[in-house]
Design a protein. Structure first.
Ligand code: ADP
Ligand code: MG
Lengths: 397, 255
């Protein structure tokens, strides 16, 4: 490039830089583009409940809900393990926190205010066999998302408390701390008292009694069953949308840069501690939401084991298989890992062994997971797959 | 007053005094060199200036502002940017995203704006794409904007590191052995590039380099380190003739 052209470009760089610093929005209306995906997700969620539920039938609809919950879990963990490259091993701890907090809110609120802990939802919530005569939404359909939100926020706060001290340090402290965190949550839940069965008992016990009446080792039974295809598709969609919007923004690129090279990221002005803590807190929030969805699902008895390492391990598997950093990869892996044991008895019986083997194989063959950091819709992923032989040679150095 | 001033900067690792009493005054638009045998402490000086290590003693000031106790990301914000001796690109990220990360400090719109896709976020992304695209053009990397950085040829990776440092919008640029591993043709182009960067962006540059051709040709003044101490400082011709420098490079006369 010749000197004059260089000079012109360089002198305009200051202007371009100030364009970034100012970043004034243009005149074009953007509400549509920001909100459109949300509208689409809501529409899909309604369709899932109204159309898909009938087509799938009880068993498959139930499986689809489990898949949806696992997608939320896998995508949220991707934000930590995939984007920032920090290894969290206690994601189930946040699932349990969200599940128990939101469960306590719906259960005791319904019990004390409405006289019964039964679900008070409409057609969009729960999995009623017949929707005849039901309104679209009931009073419980306000309570439920509020409870989920509270569960997510408490989970996020705990995420902050766990993440702040352990993410300040470089290295693998997070893995150890989060492993411990999951176990602590499990033990604390085990120590809780029996759930209060009647409105009178709940009134008498007061808020503190209700907050500690979480069923102990027996599990927190009797929660109202609000979780439906509608809620699951809604939150799985929103989680993926938020994760995607973060990934393709300044904050997301900062997270990825921390994973790639923490020292270089700092030297380029990235506040690495803050970046990691934010990722961790957001992941904890969505894990809490997933926990709430799980807790209110038909056929689930929320228990202390849900905070345990086994559960965390399953989520890690999904993230690693899907590709560290790939949102669509994690979602796909969530589908596969949820469905395999349903279809192959052998997988169900030896899941820990089989998934551990899959993990080891993956580390050897494709250490970055199936998709790596890329998404299924990225063009260069497919180019890369079709040119494997060639690029393997070129990328060898 | 000089732009970058280091005074009495020292650092020990255990018993090893890696840098002792390092001093430097780099004026605006100055192009200075830092040389010395392997292990002399040159990279450690960069790490001390940019906050990777905290100096045991001494102070560093940039444009009158104290940098000594700041974290590396804050120091980058004050206008000190660097490259690394062992290339440290964000390998899995695309070439252009490597530059966008380096604009991080200048981006006013953060996570909430991104999640809600507010107009400010969009404007910011547009401005980022335009500026980083332009920088890539200047560095001859535009055709590779969307390739993963780790797939670039070696020489391109070195240039991308310089472009990434420039993207932070620095006042001072620290280059750690940018010519290492380059062939003569690439070295020649690099020389032109460094000079152009200094001239057109109006930066001050401090250059660590082993290739004496490059150093002697480019640098106005040279600081020579040996065993962590400054043993000479001055214009290239003078430093070249300094007996202490010759001794450091050729080894002590048969002892
Ligand atoms: N983090 C560290 N811990 C211990 N010793 C170090 C560290 N960094 C550098 N050193 C030592 O400091 C000395 C100077 O290293 P360095 O600055 O890399 O030299 P140069 O860049 O001049 O080749 C070397 O002896 C090196 O081994
Ligand atoms: Mg060095």
């Amino acid at each position: 490039m010749n000197g004059r052209a260089w000079k012109n470009m360089a002198s305009s760089d200051a202007n371009l830089l100030s364009l970034i610093t100012a970043s004034r929005p243009g005149a074009a209306p953007t509400l549509l583009r920001s909100a459109l995906p949300v509208v689409v997700i809501v529409a899909l969620a309604v369709m899932a409940q109204v159309v898909l539920k009938g087509l799938l039938g009880g068993y498959y609809a139930d499986l689809a809900i489990t898949i949806g919950v696992n997608i939320v879990l896998a995508v949220s963990l991707t934000i930590v393990n995939g984007f920032t490259g920090q290894f969290s091993m206690g994601h189930a701890g946040f699932l349990a926190v969200g599940g128990y907090v939101s469960g306590a809110v719906t259960y005791y609120f319904s019990l004390t205010q409405w006289g019964s802990a039964a679900a008070a939802g409409g057609r969009l919530s729960g999995m009623p066999l017949s929707t005849e005569g039901l309104a679209w939404l009931g009073a419980g359909d306000v309570l439920f998302p509020v409870a989920l939100l509270i569960g997510g926020l408490v989970s996020a706060l705990l995420g902050l408390a766990v993440g702040l001290p352990s993410l300040r340090l470089r290295g693998d402290y997070l893995a150890i701390v989060t492993l411990g965190f999951g176990e602590i949550i499990r033990v604390v839940i085990q120590q809780s008292g029996p759930a209060l069965k009647t409105p009178e008992a709940a009134e008498q016990a007061g808020v503190l009694g209700m907050a500690t009446g979480l069923g102990g080792a027996l599990g927190f039974g009797g929660l109202p069953k609000y979780t439906s295809l509608f809620w699951v598709v809604l939150f799985a969609g929103l989680t993926m949308l938020v994760a995607y919007r973060i990934k393709t923004s300044t904050s997301g690129r900062a997270m990825l840069s921390v994973r790639e090279d923490e020292i270089a990221a700092e030297a380029m002005g990235v506040n690495t501690t803050r970046t990691k803590v934010w990722a961790f807190v957001i992941a904890a929030f969505f894990a809490g939401i997933a926990g709430g969805l799980y807790a209110h699902k038909l056929g689930v008895a929320l228990g202390p084991v849900d905070a345990g390492f086994q559960r965390s391990f399953d989520i890690i598997i999904m993230v690693v298989l899907g590709g560290l950093g790939s949102i669509s990869g994690a979602a796909l892996a969530a589908v596969v890992v949820t469905m395999l044991p349903e279809y192959l008895r052998a997988v169900a019986d030896y899941r820990m062994i089989i998934f551990a083997l899959a993990l080891i194989l993956m580390m050897i063959l494709r250490p970055k997971g199936l998709l790596g950091v890329r998404e299924v819709w990225d063009a260069d992923l497919w180019r890369g797959l079709f040119r494997r032989g060639k690029s393997a040679k070129g990328g060898g150095k | 007053m000089s732009l970058l001033i280091a005074q009495g900067v020292s650092k020990s690792f255990g018993g090893l005094k890696a840098v002792q009493g390092f001093a430097l005054e780099l004026p605006e638009r100055g192009l200075y060199g830092l040389i010395g045998p392997n292990g002399a402490g040159k990279t450690t000086v960069f790490n001390l200036l940019t906050g990777v290590y905290r100096p045991d003693e001494g102070t560093v000031k940039l444009a009158g502002r104290e940098l000594t106790r700041l974290r590396p990301n804050r120091i980058a914000g004050e206008g000190l940017a660097r490259t690394f001796q062992n290339i440290r690109l964000f390998g899995e990220l695309s070439v252009i995203d490597n530059l966008k990360v380096a604009c991080h400090l200048r981006c006013p719109h953060g996570m909430p704006a991104a999640v809600l896709r507010l107009a400010g976020h969009r404007a910011q992304e547009r401005a980022l794409a335009e500026r980083c695209g332009r920088l890539l053009e200047m560095f001859g990397l535009a055709s590779r904007a969307h390739e993963q950085a780790r797939n670039l040829p070696y020489g391109d990776q070195r240039r991308l590191e310089i472009a990434r440092a420039i993207a932070t919008g620095p006042k001072v640029l620290l280059l750690d052995e940018p010519a290492a591993g380059m062939n003569p043709q690439e070295k020649k182009e690099l020389r032109t590039l460094i000079r152009s960067v200094r001239d057109t962006f109006g930066l001050a540059v401090l250059l660590i380099e082993h290739d004496m051709g490059v150093v002697m040709d480019l640098c106005e003044r040279i600081t020579v380190l040996d065993y962590g101490k400054v043993i000479a400082h001055g214009p290239p011709e003078q430093v070249q003739k300094d007996p202490k420098v010759i001794e450091a490079y050729l080894g002590a006369p048969a002892a």
